[in-house]
Design a protein around this ligand. Structure first.
Ligand code: FNR
Length: 365
């Protein structure tokens, strides 16, 4: 394979390495994948309006989030089942990410435990993604484990009262190989120590236990149970963004779950500006979905995102080369983003704002 020079190359290299079942699980989205495609394509509906003759000999990409400085506004999103891509799975991803002084978010549905990931990194820039299960004590126990292991924030996924319909998995449910377990969820939905669920598909195990009755009241209660910053992940509607603020949460991730939940929803970059406006600077707003280029990161920041998260690029890097593959993925984005900043005339993140972007004019014939 020729030199990997973009996230697109990395995706192709990962596809060549992974089994069809695993590649489909990672790359697919809901139904016709209109939203998956639009998450990326929507970035082309915006153009950068560069400024020139500014001193861009030094570029500062540092960003502060909840009082801590990170090297780039490019964080890693929570994605499930990373040992399907690499023997070290989430630990390798977390090492690559935190070594670069970025945030790594660990999925509840991970194949390495909360504690293994914390023990595996030297810089604990870890956030824990909570899938909300029916048993609120179970949810609390996951939060306590994350607190004890030194995680710095809790991301509550709010866009998954049910699992979206992804056609390859609908046809052939994904089975997790015998040697892999959902390390955080070994006792979920079964009596302590029971192996009742061990042979079930990943769907049955997790989806049977997702709390589809979870409401704003419950989220407010959950927020009161921890001192860690808590963010709502999966907001697309400005009205919901206002409710996140009203309920006292500390941040928002504008997300459509990488197009894996409801097909036909808005792309996240299209949803972002209205949400930023609705929040009015009261809490930070982040975005994920379809970000594959440094210019995408630039555009998201120009619309007011504090930082972005990437999901599938992590999985592709991991499948391609384990920890080194994830580092390669991050480095591609770092360099592309730095160059985008420099060529747009911005030497620090503070310079980036909406005056740097415009909607791509529509040609009418
Ligand atoms: C996800 N995502 C996800 N989100 C979450 O809150 N909990 C989870 O366990 C998972 N698992 C998961 C698995 C796979 C294979 C994918 C691709 C995604 C969604 C993820 O956090 C993020 O929102 C999207 O991946 C962002 O879109 P991109 O960057 O993948 O386009």
């Amino acid at each position: 394979m020729a030199k990997i020079s973009s996230i697109q190359d990395l995706q192709e290299a990962a596809k060549a390495k992974l089994s069809k079942g695993v590649y489909d699980y990672y790359s697919y989205g809901a139904m016709d994948m209109i939203t998956v495609a639009d998450n990326s394509n929507a970035y082309n509906r915006y153009q950068i309006r560069p400024r020139v003759l500014r001193d861009v000999s030094k570029i500062d990409t540092g960003v502060e989030v909840f009082g801590k400085k990170y090297a780039y506004p490019i964080f890693v999103a929570a994605t499930a089942l990373q040992k399907l891509a690499d023997v070290e799975g989430e630990v390798a991803s977390a090492r690559a990410t935190t070594k670069n002084n970025l945030v790594y978010s660990l999925s509840s549905i991970s194949t390495s435990s909360i504690e293994e990931v914390a023990d595996g990194v030297s810089t604990p820039n870890l956030w824990f993604q909570l899938s909300v299960f029916k048993d609120k004590h179970y949810n609390l126990s996951l939060i306590r484990r994350a607190e004890k292991a030194g995680y710095k924030a809790i991301l509550v996924t709010v866009d998954m009262p049910y699992s979206g319909r992804r056609l390859p998995e609908f046809r052939q449910p994904l089975t997790v190989p015998e040697h892999l377990t959902l390390k955080n969820l070994t006792s979920l939905g079964s009596k302590e120590g029971s192996s009742e669920y061990n042979k079930d598909s990943v769907y049955k195990r997790v989806v049977d236990n997702i709390n589809s009755a979870f409401t704003w009241e419950d989220l407010k209660w959950l927020k009161q149970q921890t001192k860690l910053p808590m963010l709502a992940k999966g907001i697309l509607n400005p009205r919901d963004a206002e409710l996140v603020v009203l309920n006292g949460l500390d941040g928002i991730i504008v997300s459509n779950h990488g197009g894996r939940q409801l097909d036909g929803v808005s792309s996240t970059i299209d949803a972002l500006p209205n949400i930023v406006d609705a929040v009015g600077g009261k809490i930070p707003v982040f975005v994920d979905g379809g970000i594959r280029r440094g210019t995408d990161v630039f555009k998201a920041l120009a619309f007011g995102a504090q930082a972005v998260f990437v999901g599938r690029p992590n999985l592709y890097g991991l499948a391609y080369g384990g920890q080194k593959g994830v580092e390669l993925m991050l480095n591609l984005l770092f360099k592309e983003f730095e160059l985008a900043m420099a060529l747009a005339g911005c030497s620090s993140l503070k310079d980036i704002n909406r005056s740097y972007i415009q909607q791509t004019p529509q040609l009418t014939c």
